[in-house]
Design a protein around this ligand. Structure first.
Ligand code: PLP
Length: 383
C-alpha cells in the first residue's frame, strides 16, 4: 500500500487485495485451523497453524498497523488479552507500572489482581499532574500506562508530555486509544511506544464481536509480543477478525456522526437543573478541552453525567430510557447507557479508582439526534 494514502482510504483498503483466484473483492474468512505443507516445513504463504497465523487475521493486523501509522499490528481475542500480552512482554516479577487513576476498571483489575500475583507492583496517579507522574516513577518502573480520554470521567492526558517523561526514565509509554479510536487520535505520532485497543468498541463498531489490538513500532518489542501471542494463544478467531475488518471500513463516517450527536447531547444536558456536571471534552468548560482539540481531531462519542440528585437520580435515569439501552460496553452504532459504579467499574469499588455513584455514562450512537434527545428528556425530571 502506498504510504501517502489518507486515513479514509487506508481504513477501507489497507491489507486487502482482491482474491487472486476468484476476484472476490472481500478477503475471505479462512475458517481453518491448519495448512497443508508441500513437503515437510515447506509452507504456502508462511501459514502453518492458525494460532501462529491465519490469513484473515493477517488482513486485520496489517490494517490495524496502517490505521495507527505504526509498523506492526497484532490482533487478540479481547482488549484485555492484548493488554495481558503487552504487560507480560515487558514486565518481570518485581517490576512496577504507573497508570492513570481512572483507567478502565478491567485494566486496573488485570494489573492489580492478576499480575500482582507475579509480584508486579503498580501506582495509580492523576495523569494530568505531570509532577505527580514523575514522582510515581521508581527504578523498577517499566511501563507508563495512559488512557485518554479516560473511562468514565473523560479526562484528557497529554500524550506527548507523558511519552517524554517515560523516555527520559527509559520506560515504555503505552496508550489505550479505545475511546478516541484511530479516526480521532494517533498516539504514536505524539511519541507513544505502544497503542492498545479494545476493538470490541469503536473499531468493531456494531456490538457484535470482541477483540483487542496492539500496535508497536519497535521490532524487538513486537517480536516479544508476537511470540507470546503464538505461545499463549490469545488470538482472534477468523470470523471475529473478519467482522472487525468489516466494521473498520465505516469507522470514519461513524465517528463523524458519533462526535456530532455527542456534542449536541452534551450541550443539551449541560445546564439542565437535574445535572450537576457533564463530562465531555467537546464542551469549552471541560478542563481537557484545549488539549483534546490539539491532540484529537474530534471529541468522540462518550459522555458522562453527574446527577445532582445523587445515586437514586442517576439509577432512575439509567433505567428509564428506551433508545439508550442499559448495557455495558460502548462504541457501537446503537446508543447505550451504563451505571459505572455497579456495572463496568464494579471491580474498582473501594479503591482509589472508585467511580462516584451519581455518575451515568452514555455511549452516544449514530441514531437520529432528535430521537436521542427526546429519549433523554423523557428520563429527566421535569423542571
Ligand atoms: C472495554 C475496554 C477495554 C477491555 O477490552 P475488552 O475487549 O472488553 O477485553 C480496555 N480499555 C478500554 C478503555 C475499554 O473500554
Amino acid at each position: 500500500m502506498a504510504n501517502n494514502q489518507n486515513f479514509d482510504t487506508i481504513a477501507i483498503h489497507a491489507g486487502q487485495a482482491f482474491d487472486p483466484t476468484t476476484g472476490a473483492v472481500i478477503p475471505p474468512i479462512y475458517q481453518t485451523s491448519t495448512y497443508v505443507q508441500d513437503g515437510i516445513g515447506n509452507l504456502r504463504g508462511g501459514y502453518e497453524y492458525s494460532r501462529g497465523g491465519n490469513p484473515t487475521r493477517t488482513v486485520l493486523e496489517t490494517l490495524l498497523a496502517a490505521l495507527e501509522g505504526g509498523k506492526h499490528g497484532l490482533s487478540f481475542a479481547s482488549g484485555l488479552a492484548a493488554e495481558d500480552t503487552i504487560l507480560r512482554a515487558i514486565l518481570q516479577p518485581g517490576d512496577h507500572v504507573v497508570l492513570g487513576n481512572d483507567v478502565y476498571g478491567g485494566t486496573h483489575r488485570l494489573i492489580n489482581k492478576v499480575h500482582a500475583a507475579w509480584s508486579v507492583q503498580n501506582t495509580t496517579v492523576e495523569m494530568s499532574d505531570l509532577t505527580a507522574v514523575e514522582a510515581a516513577i521508581r527504578p523498577e518502573t517499566k511501563i507508563l500506562w495512559v488512557e485518554t480520554p479516560s473511562n468514565p470521567l473523560m479526562k484528557i492526558s497529554d500524550i506527548a508530555a507523558l511519552a517524554e517523561i517515560a523516555h527520559r526514565h527509559g520506560i515504555v509509554a503505552i496508550v489505550d486509544n479505545t475511546f478516541a479510536s484511530p479516526a480521532l487520535q494517533h498516539p504514536l505520532d505524539f511519541g507513544a511506544d505502544v497503542v492498545v485497543h479494545s476493538t470490541t468498541k469503536y473499531l468493531g463498531g456494531h456490538s457484535d464481536v470482541l477483540g483487542g489490538a496492539l500496535i508497536i513500532n519497535d521490532d524487538e518489542l513486537y517480536e516479544k509480543a508476537q511470540f507470546l501471542q503464538f505461545a499463549a494463544g490469545p488470538v482472534s478467531a477468523p470470523l471475529d477478525a473478519w467482522l472487525t475488518v468489516r466494521g473498520i471500513k465505516t469507522l470514519s463516517v461513524r465517528m463523524e456522526r458519533h462526535c456530532k450527536n455527542a456534542q449536541a447531547i452534551a450541550e443539551y444536558l449541560d445546564g439542565h437543573p437535574a445535572i450537576e456536571q457533564v463530562f465531555y471534552p467537546g464542551l469549552p468548560g471541560h478542563p481537557g478541552h484545549e488539549l483534546a482539540a490539539k491532540q484529537m481531531s474530534g471529541f468522540g462519542g462518550m459522555i458522562s453525567v453527574a446527577f445532582a440528585g445523587g445515586a437514586a437520580a442517576a439509577r432512575l435515569f439509567a433505567e428509564s430510557m428506551h433508545l439508550f439501552q442499559l448495557a455495558e460496553s460502548l462504541g457501537g452504532v446503537e446508543s447505550l447507557v451504563n451505571y459505572p459504579s455497579e456495572m463496568t467499574h464494579a471491580s474498582v469499588r473501594g479503591t482509589e479508582l472508585e467511580v462516584p455513584d451519581n455518575i451515568v455514562r452514555l455511549s452516544v450512537g449514530i441514531e437520529d439526534v432528535d430521537d436521542l434527545i427526546a429519549d433523554l428528556a423523557s428520563a429527566l425530571p421535569r423542571g
